[in-house]
Design a protein around this ligand. Structure first.
Ligand code: AMP
Length: 113
């Protein structure tokens, strides 16, 4: 999608630190990491957020979660990790392309909100 930051990253028009890629997903390091591992997993097809996930085919949606698991393995997060997807204004989403934060590498805080 034109003018979407993450679409430009997927296309290689904006550089990123790629961690993983498959047919349906792309994963790269967050530019402002909040944990030792902070990777963003995105579907290659543009959809704005979880609120629009019914615009994605089930295979791609499932591929996103499987990519999160793959990232956890690649990053050696054997003691656990967190997957977060912010959605919309109240969810503090800042980039309107569906993405899953994979966070780990230390004991995370109890707070979810
Ligand atoms: P959210 O606030 O949930 O929409 O998450 C968007 C994330 O994208 C934030 O954690 C940002 O640090 C991250 N981000 C923004 N621009 C870039 C970029 N060029 N490369 C990697 N991560 C980015």
């Amino acid at each position: 999608m034109e003018n979407c930051l993450f679409c430009k990253i997927i296309a290689g028009d904006i550089p990123s630190a790629k961690v993983y890629e498959d047919e349906n997903t792309f994963a790269f390091r967050d530019i402002a990491p909040q944990a030792p591992t902070h990777v963003l997993v995105v579907p290659k097809k543009h959809v704005s957020s979880v609120a629009a996930c019914d615009e994605l085919d089930d295979q791609t949606l499932a591929a996103c979660l499987k990519a999160c698991k793959k990232v956890s393995e690649l990053e050696g997060l054997t003691n656990g990790f967190r997957v977060v997807s912010n959605c919309g204004e109240d969810g503090c989403q800042s980039v309107p392309h569906l993405h899953f934060h994979v966070l780990g590498g230390r004991k995370l805080t109890d707070s979810m909100a």
